[in-house]
Design a protein around this ligand. Structure first.
Ligand code: ZN
Ligand code: ZN
Length: 159
């Protein structure tokens, strides 16, 4: 998978993700459940400089997060759908794109399930899924991200 486009529900905000994501997280934390009104959030992590706005300007809404450090959620100013977030850690260097806003969300299945300690019990994960009660550790990164993804993540953190 290469570049992909996406946008909000009303069409005012459109963006292009110029590379495949570094990693895709499926987060089962209660905060993501509350925020999405659903069972989990699906986020494609990509370098912010590989995300290009092609229409509109999302507004930044600072929102609490499970870590306590908060997240900056970027929403369409008209329909308020969230298109991506910045989290503490990589900060503004990484966009956590809401996979459901991609035109082809099927292209970004999760690489890792996180916060499965609070996973809703009806959500059944495949046996082969990478699943973590809270979060994975650094030693898991090369396996989950792949060699290329791990290198991109390292470069991003060092930039
Ligand atoms: Zn909109
Ligand atoms: Zn979460």
């Amino acid at each position: 998978m290469g570049a992909q486009e996406g946008g909000c529900a009303c069409g005012e905000v459109r963006y292009r993700m110029r590379s495949a994501p570094i990693v895709v997280h499926c987060c089962h934390c209660r905060w993501c459940q509350r925020e999405s009104g659903s069972a989990f959030a699906l986020n494609a992590v990509v370098e912010a400089d590989r995300v290009e706005l092609t229409a509109g300007t999302p507004e930044r809404i600072d929102t609490p997060s499970a870590s306590g450090s908060g997240q900056a959620v970027f929403r369409c100013p008209a329909c308020k759908v969230a298109v991506w977030s910045h989290y503490a850690g990589a900060g503004e260097k990484a966009c956590f794109i809401r996979v459901g806003t991609l035109d082809d969300p099927d292209a970004c299945p999760p690489d890792a399930h996180i916060f499965t300690d609070s996973k809703q019990p009806w959500v059944l994960l495949p046996d082969a899924a990478e699943a973590f009660g809270i979060f994975y550790s650094g030693k898991d990164v090369p396996r989950i991200y792949g060699e290329d993804g791990a290198a991109r993540w390292r470069r991003l953190k060092e930039s």
